[in-house]
Design a protein around this ligand. Structure first.
Ligand code: SF4
Length: 291
């Protein structure tokens, strides 16, 4: 039996890791970008980001003042557990106090802030059920700067691949410096309006060094990454070679009469953390190198 206390404690640890330590693939992408830039301005912006990331890790403090709202991805294997959702919500309340995290979750109309990052449907939960012998919990703290420029396009099927590329380019250009570039584009193609948006966000869970398993989608990811970097927005919007750290795509079959495309924009602070909890009490942090 995986206890409520263990899930709660692990949630606090996940939130701490997510907000204070970037996953290795994102750090590497930022370092590679720093090495690639030649001009002083983009280089200095990337250096400031990398210094900030190192300081956050060293001092176990959030790498950005916007610690986001919390989107959880829970895969429930064939294990006996206490109430998972209740335990995670308690972990969010505790994590907000002890890490500390900025209380970002407010009522959308009254703007009332309970001060603990918990509100109606927040944290938000995505569930899956698996045959695994563990419970897997992932969290993506999502800042507003990048989320606010995310977009959904309900294209006509006739728009085709050309229309998809144009839509993604338009989203990137309209976003400009607002999402704290270099950014990662999480693209969802197909499904329905809500499925496309969800796939866009979920694609951001995939490490930057892993391409889509299907060759033609992987090729589209590469092509968009290379060509869109030529727009020259650059680190923090001050120009340069690095506008994007990556493009991840997920797709789903869709109605013959529609072509939904969603872009979930993620800033350089591409925070995510995940772990597996086993019934014997072992916790393995899959995004942050082990136990
Ligand atoms: S967009 Fe990202 S890096 Fe910029 S303020 Fe928001 S969370 Fe921080």
């Amino acid at each position: 039996m995986i206890s409520k206390e263990l899930i709660k404690e692990t949630t606090v640890e996940l939130l701490r890791k997510a907000s204070t330590q970037l996953p290795a693939d994102v750090k590497k992408a930022l370092e590679d970008a720093y090495n690639k830039e030649e001009d002083e301005v983009p280089k200095s912006q990337l250096k400031a980001i990398l210094d900030n990331v190192a300081l956050a890790e060293e001092n176990s403090l959030p790498m950005c003042q916007d610690t986001g709202v919390h989107i959880f991805f829970v895969s429930v294997g064939k294990v006996e557990t206490d109430n998972i959702q209740e335990a995670i919500v308690e972990g969010v309340v505790e994590g907000t106090k002890v890490i500390p995290l900025r209380p970002n979750a407010v009522h959308p109309i009254t703007r009332k802030n309970p001060g603990n990052n918990v509100g109606e449907r927040m944290p938000y939960f995505n569930y899956r059920f698996t045959d695994n012998d563990y419970l897997e919990i992932g969290v993506m703290p999502k800042g507003a700067g990048s989320e606010n420029v995310s977009a959904l396009g309900m294209l006509t099927p006739a728009a085709g691949i050309k229309g998809i590329k144009q839509f993604i380019l338009d989203v990137l250009l309209k976003a400009g410096s607002k999402p704290c570039p270099p950014t990662i584009l999480g693209v969802g193609i197909g499904g329905s309006a809500d499925i496309a948006l969800k796939m866009g966000k979920e694609s951001l869970l995939r490490p930057l060094d892993q391409r889509h398993p299907e060759a033609d989608i992987a090729q589209l990811e590469e092509e968009l990454y290379t060509t869109l970097n030529d727009v020259g927005i650059g680190p923090m919007g001050l120009g340069g070679k690095t506008t994007l750290l990556g493009v991840n795509i997920e797709y789903a079959a869709c109605h013959t009469a529609s072509l939904p495309v969603a872009v979930n924009v993620q800033c350089w602070a591409a925070r995510r953390a995940a772990c597996r909890i086993y019934p014997d009490g072992r916790v393995v942090y899959t995004t942050h190198g082990g136990d």
